[in-house]
Design a protein around this ligand. Structure first.
Ligand SMILES: *[C@@H]1O[C@H](CO)[C@@H](O)[C@H](O)[C@H]1NC(C)=O
Ligand SMILES: *[C@@H]1O[C@H](CO)[C@@H](O)[C@H](O)[C@H]1NC(C)=O
Ligand SMILES: *[C@@H]1O[C@H](CO)[C@@H](O)[C@H](O)[C@H]1NC(C)=O
Ligand SMILES: *[C@@H]1O[C@H](CO)[C@@H](O)[C@H](O)[C@H]1NC(C)=O
Ligand SMILES: *[C@@H]1O[C@H](CO)[C@@H](O)[C@H](O)[C@H]1NC(C)=O
Ligand SMILES: *[C@@H]1O[C@H](CO)[C@@H](O)[C@H](O)[C@H]1NC(C)=O
Ligand SMILES: *[C@@H]1O[C@H](CO)[C@@H](O)[C@H](O)[C@H]1NC(C)=O
Ligand SMILES: *[C@@H]1O[C@H](CO)[C@@H](O)[C@H](O)[C@H]1NC(C)=O
Ligand SMILES: *[C@@H]1O[C@H](CO)[C@@H](O)[C@H](O)[C@H]1NC(C)=O
Ligand SMILES: *[C@@H]1O[C@H](CO)[C@@H](O)[C@H](O)[C@H]1NC(C)=O
Length: 412
C-alpha cells in the first residue's frame, strides 16, 4: 500500500554527485539528477540526459529494474483490550504493539522496449521478507482485532430485508469459533490468510467469491499489480517515467468521475529531469487505485549529508473533503457519498471479487515516511444482531503502517 503520502526526493544541483545523474528509485521515492544550475549548462544538461534515460545497459536502467534503495514496511498492531465491552456498545480500547518489520524487494519483470514510441512496458513484483531483528516479536504474534472476512460479509448483507439479515446473522454465528473480534497473527492480518467462512461463501454462492484469502495486503507478496507502460525518456526526457498505460488503459473504473479514474504521472519511482520547486509531481499508486501528486516541501540532507534532496509531499488538498476540493468528489463511492477529510474509501479498490472489503484509511505525512492507518468500517445493524446487537457504527482501527525508504551512502 503505497499511499497518497508521497515523498519525492530530487538530488540538487549543488552536489557534485548529481553530475553523474545516477538514479535511485524506491517506493515512493525518487532521486533524479540535476536541477537549477545544471539546467543552464548545455554540456551538463546533455550529460545528465544521457544518464537518466532508461536505456538498456545504463546504471539508471538497472536501478530502475531492481531498485537498491532499502524499503521497509513496518506494522503497528492495535490489540483490542475490551472486546466484550465493544460488543456491548463501548468504544474500543486498543494497545499498540510494533514494529513488525518487513523488507520490500521490488523487481520489474517482462520488460520490453518499444523503439517506435520510446516506451518501456513491464510488470512489477514485490516480495516481503520478515525481519525479526528489526521487530518487537515474531510476526506469528497474535492480537485481538476485527474479523475482516466476517465484517465484509455482514456489511454486504445490509441491503437485504431486516428479517433476512437477522436470519443470516444467526446462521453465521452458529459457526464454531466465529467471533467479531478473534485473535489473529500479525502476518495473517497483514499478508492474508485463508478463511473458512469465505470458503463456504464460495461453495454456497457460486460465482460470487473466487478467493477465500483475505488480509490488509493479501495477495501482494510475489505478485505483480498490473502491467505498466511508461516513457523511457530516450527521445523525450521531459516525459521520462510518465505512465502511458496501466493494464493497457489510461483510465480505471473504480471511481465516480473521469478525472478521478485517470492514470496520471509516473509509478512514483521516477520524475523528469530539471524540475523546479513549483513543479507538481504526479504519480499513480496502484495499491490505492488512484493518482496523486507531490508538491515541493523542503530541502533535506540524506546519506549523512552526501546528498541534498528536495522533498515533495502529498498536500492536504489531496485528502480534503469534497466540498473543499471538488476534484475529490470523484472518490466518493457510491457517487455523492463522501467521507470527511482525511478518510479515503478503498472499498471499490479492494474488492474481494464479488464482495467489498470495507476499508477506508487515513493518513498523515510525517518527515520522510509514509504512514497510514487501516480502519475497518463496522456498519452496525440487523446483520450484526447475533454477534453484537448493541455495537456502535464506527471506523475500527486495525493497524497502522510506517513505510520508508532510506537512501544509504552506498546507493547514493
Ligand atoms: C537489454 O539487453 C539485454 C542484453 O543485451 C537483452 O537480453 C534484453 O532483452 C534487453 N532488454 C530490453 C528491455 O530491451
Ligand atoms: C513472501 O514470499 C516469500 C517466498 O517467495 C517468502 O519467503 C516470504 O516469507 C513471503 N512473505 C510473506 C510476508 O508472506
Ligand atoms: C536484519 O537482518 C537483515 C537480513 O538478514 C539485514 O539485511 C538487516 O541489515 C538487519 N538489520 C539490522 C538492523 O541489523
Ligand atoms: C475452536 O477453538 C478451539 C480452541 O481454540 C479449538 O480447539 C477448536 O478446534 C476450534 N474449532 C474449530 C471448528 O475450529
Ligand atoms: C511475479 O508475479 C507473477 C504473478 O503473480 C508470478 O507468476 C511470478 O512468479 C512472480 N515473479 C517472481 C520472481 O516472484
Ligand atoms: C491489472 O491487471 C492485473 C493482472 O491481470 C490484475 O490483477 C489487476 O487487478 C489489474 N488492476 C486494475 C487496477 O485493474
Ligand atoms: C517550473 O516548471 C514548470 C513545469 O515544468 C514550468 O511550467 C514553470 O514555468 C517552471 N517555473 C520556473 C520558475 O522555472
Ligand atoms: C469540509 O471541510 C471544510 C474545511 O475543513 C469544513 O469547513 C466543512 O465543514 C467540511 N464539510 C464536510 C461536509 O465535511
Ligand atoms: C465505501 O464505498 C462502498 C462501495 O461503494 C460503499 O458501499 C460504502 O458505503 C462506502 N463506505 C462509506 C463509509 O461511505
Ligand atoms: C518509520 O521508519 C523509519 C525508517 O525505518 C524510522 O526511522 C522511524 O523511526 C519509523 N517511525 C516510527 C514511528 O516507527
Amino acid at each position: 500500500i503505497e499511499l497518497f503520502l508521497l515523498h519525492f526526493f530530487i538530488k540538487a544541483s549543488n552536489n557534485q554527485r548529481c553530475r553523474t545523474g545516477t538514479l535511485a528509485a524506491g517506493l515512493v521515492l525518487l532521486i533524479v539528477g540535476s536541477i537549477g544550475l545544471v539546467a543552464y549548462d548545455p554540456v551538463l544538461r546533455w550529460q545528465v540526459l544521457q544518464h537518466i534515460a532508461l536505456r538498456n545497459g545504463t546504471m539508471a536502467y538497472s536501478q530502475f529494474i531492481s531498485p537498491k534503495v532499502p524499503v521497509r514496511i513496518q506494522f503497528y498492531a492495535f490489540d483490542l483490550q475490551n472486546p466484550i465491552e465493544v460488543i456491548n456498545g463501548d468504544r474500543p480500547f486498543v494497545v499498540q504493539r510494533g514494529p513488525f518489520t518487513y523488507a520490500e524487494v521490488r523487481r520489474k519483470e517482462d520488460v520490453s522496449y518499444d523503439e517506435l514510441r520510446d516506451w518501456l512496458t513491464y510488470k512489477q513484483n514485490r516480495t516481503y521478507l520478515f525481519l525479526r531483528n528489526e521487530s518487537v516479536a515474531d510476526d506469528s504474534w497474535r492480537f485481538t482485532t476485527a474479523n475482516l472476512p466476517l465484517v465484509t460479509i455482514l456489511n454486504s448483507l445490509r441491503f437485504m430485508p431486516q428479517a433476512l439479515q437477522r436470519f443470516a446473522s444467526a446462521a453465521l454465528a452458529a459457526f464454531p469459533n466465529e467471533t467479531l473480534f478473534p485473535r489473529l497473527s500479525v502476518r495473517d492480518v497483514a499478508f492474508g490468510y485463508h478463511d473458512k467462512l469465505l470458503r463456504l461463501a464460495h461453495e454456497v454462492i457460486p460465482g460470487m467469491v473466487y478467493t477465500d484469502f483475505i488480509g490488509v495486503l493479501a495477495g501482494l507478496n510475489n505478485t505483480y499489480d498490473g502491467v505498466y507502460t511508461i516513457s523511457a525518456g530516450l527521445r523525450d526526457p521531459q516525459h521520462l517515467g510518465e505512465i502511458q498505460a496501466f493494464n493497457g488503459s489510461r483510465s480505471l473504473h473504480f471511481w465516480s468521475s473521469e478525472l478521478a479514474n485517470l492514470v496520471i504521472g509516473s509509478d512514483g519511482s521516477l520524475a523528469p529531469p530539471f524540475l523546479n520547486k513549483s513543479a507538481l509531481l504526479p504519480a499513480f499508486i496502484s495499491d490505492i487505485c488512484r493518482s496523486l501528486y507531490g508538491v515541493f516541501d523542503s530541502e533535506v540532507d540524506a546519506a549523512g549529508g552526501l546528498l541534498r534532496l528536495w522533498r515533495f509531499t502529498g498536500p492536504d488538498r489531496l485528502l480534503a473533503n469534497a466540498s473543499e476540493n471538488p476534484d475529490n468528489a470523484g472518490y466518493c463511492t457510491p457517487a455523492g457519498n463522501c467521507l470527511p477529510a482525511g478518510l479515503f474509501n478503498l472499498t471499490e479498490c479492494k474488492r474481494l471479487d464479488g464482495l467489498h472489503i470495507p476499508v477506508p484509511l487515513s493518513g498523515a505525512v510525517l518527515q520522510l515516511y509514509k504512514r497510514l492507518q487501516i480502519n475497518l468500517q463496522l456498519d452496525a445493524g440487523p446483520a450484526y444482531a447475533a454477534f453484537a446487537p448493541n455495537l456502535r457504527s464506527q471506523f475500527y482501527p486495525m493497524l497502522w503502517i510506517n513505510e520508508s525508504a532510506v537512501v544509504d551512502v552506498d546507493t547514493a
